[in-house]
Design a protein around this ligand. Structure first.
Ligand code: ZN
Length: 192
């Protein structure tokens, strides 16, 4: 992990880092860790998250272990371009809630010399690849897949188990609706 960790500061270039995995795998925690280190290095950091995600806080990204950093909520991923002109490091949390346009936006930001750190779920609650993250994985320089712990058996977990029977792809919630499961313990809930 440390060997493949990106250099702190881009030198005349930008790049894309993707942190992905299921819910409760520590993705936002890892994003906060990287952004804090950039701030210590006196780099200009900006953090964005989709307007849909109102869990815990309106104006911060907050990990499940209560770490937080101030963030800007946006509806349209294109807004990142004008809002981050003076930033060197850009964090984007809950990227699965943005449109596929995020792929072009991240490329554009990296092409103009910025370090872009994108965080999101790689699979939906059925275990099906969840765009745009699979696409972002293909164009990123650095990829981190974080695993959670299966609440049933204790094995490493990369699936998000939904505990309700709704078939909507997106239901915003936390441990009241979701838990982490390994592939052996994960199942697709019967839809009503
Ligand atoms: Zn399990």
């Amino acid at each position: 992990m440390i060997d493949s960790a990106p250099h702190l500061m881009p030198k005349d270039t930008g790049w894309i880092e993707v942190i992905t995995g299921c819910m409760f795998s520590g993705k936002t925690e890892e994003l906060i860790r990287r952004l804090r280190r950039a701030q210590i290095a006196k780099q200009k950091v900006k953090i964005f998250k989709p307007l849909i995600d109102t869990r815990y806080s309106e104006s911060s990204i907050v990990s499940h272990n209560d770490q937080s950093l101030p963030s800007i909520q946006i509806k349209d991923i294109k807004d990142v371009l004008k809002l981050s002109e003076d930033s060197q490091v850009i964090g984007i949390d809950e990227a699965q809630f943005f449109s596929d346009e995020i792929v072009n936006i991240c490329n554009e930001l990296a092409d103009t010399g910025k370090r872009v750190i994108v965080v999101g779920l790689d699979q939906d609650y059925r275990g099906i690849p969840f765009e745009p993250i699979p696409h972002l994985l293909a164009i990123a320089e650095y990829i981190t897949k974080s695993l959670a712990i299966c609440v049933e058996c204790g094995n490493p977990a990369d699936k998000t188990q939904r505990k309700t029977t709704s078939s909507e792809r997106v239901i915003v919630g936390t441990s009241d609706i979701y838990e982490a499961r390994c592939r052996k313990c994960h199942y697709i809930p019967e839809e009503v």
